[in-house]
Design a protein around this ligand. Structure first.
Ligand SMILES: [Mn+2]
Length: 341
């Protein structure tokens, strides 16, 4: 049988500190390390990637941070973000000894950088998604953590890493965005303590919040207006739907990525327990972002369409035109909110 360094381990039985020791050892034993997060990266993906990348460089490693998507404009203020290179810019003979894979439940989420994750590459998988697979040689999966950024902070504290203000800013951004500005139930006392420690280490909470949330392009606000104008309520106002068409993008002069986070508006009104933003991608493809509260499980809804995510925040792609995708989705959302009672 072919041996691989990526023998499966059971993350659930490992304690956090034992896992951290193993990760630290893996870093020490590797010369060239790839750091990668998921397609369509969010603040947690980018902030955690930058922080791990900086730490590994400080360890003296040859580090490559790679991406297979554009970096959303609101995260371009992150210190060192220009150092995350496009996969296509890597040389043909590019190779690494180890790879840190951040919040990718499956390797498909890595995008085309997955081609460098060959059998000889030791994969260190760090994730907080409930549907995370043990895809690495080391799998650190903690689904109760608010963010991978919070996990990376715990790692840094355990290994006594003296982070600079750039790293603190990256991790603060990761945690702030993945907790919905410290609002989601995953936000704990520890999350707040870590946020405080990051401020102490040089993160500026006012600056980070302004750069992420109060720095929109006019086209983004225009697109927001159009999307909100089409708001729909279903099933006694328990489900709120928003829709983004290609026509809206055109008339606002906006990119699709400018709709990031708009799904959150679906939970702004009282009584709503599940919300969705449907994004028309093409005549046969609709992307869906889902949000829920009060015990409604939208991860299950996303799974029905081959997607995934958290209990109360998930996403999927439906290979149907917008109107048909909406009908199929509403059918499942009705079941999801009825199940909760
Ligand atoms: Mn995350």
């Amino acid at each position: 049988m072919k041996s691989s360094v990526n023998e499966k381990t059971t993350s659930k039985t490992d304690t956090r500190s034992a896992t951290i020791v193993r990760i630290r050892e893996a870093f020490e034993n590797a010369g060239r390390i790839l750091v990668v997060s998921h397609l369509d990266p969010d603040g947690d993906a980018l902030g955690s990637q930058l922080a791990i990348g900086a730490y590994l460089r400080d360890l003296g490693k040859s580090v490559t941070m790679v991406r297979d998507s554009e970096i959303p404009e609101k995260y371009r203020f992150l210190p060192g973000v220009e150092g995350i290179v496009e996969v296509s810019s890597l040389p043909d003979d590019f190779a690494v000894d180890a790879a840190v894979v951040l919040e990718c439940p499956t390797l498909a989420r890595v995008g085309s950088a997955a081609r460098y994750l060959t059998d000889s590459v030791k994969i260190i998988n760090i994730d907080h998604h409930p549907d995370a697979l043990d895809l690495g040689a080391i799998n650190w999966i903690e689904t109760t953590m608010s963010s991978v950024g919070e996990m990376v902070y715990e790692f840094f504290e355990a290994v006594d890493y003296d982070m600079n203000s750039a790293v603190a800013t990256s991790l603060y951004t990761a945690i702030m965005t993945d907790t919905g500005r410290f609002r989601y139930p995953s936000t704990t006392r520890r999350t707040m303590e870590i946020a405080g420690a990051l401020i102490e280490a040089g993160a500026d909470p006012h600056h980070v919040c302004d750069m992420v949330y109060y720095n929109m392009r006019p086209s983004t606000l225009n697109l927001t207006g159009q999307i909100l104008h089409g708001v729909e309520f279903h099933f006694d106002n328990r489900v709120c739907l928003l829709t983004m068409t290609r026509e809206m993008l055109k008339s606002a002069g906006a990119q699709s990525s400018e709709s990031e986070g708009m799904v959150d508006y679906t939970l702004y009104s009282r009584g709503v327990v599940a919300g969705a933003l449907l994004k028309e991608v093409s005549d046969r493809c609709t992307k869906v972002s889902l949000r829920a509260r009060d015990g409604v499980n939208v991860a299950q809804v996303a799974h029905e369409f081959g997607g995934g995510g958290h209990f109360s925040a998930a996403g999927c792609q439906i290979d149907l035109p917008l109107a048909e995708a909406k009908a199929a989705l509403l059918d499942l959302l009705r079941k999801a909110v009825d199940e909760r009672g």
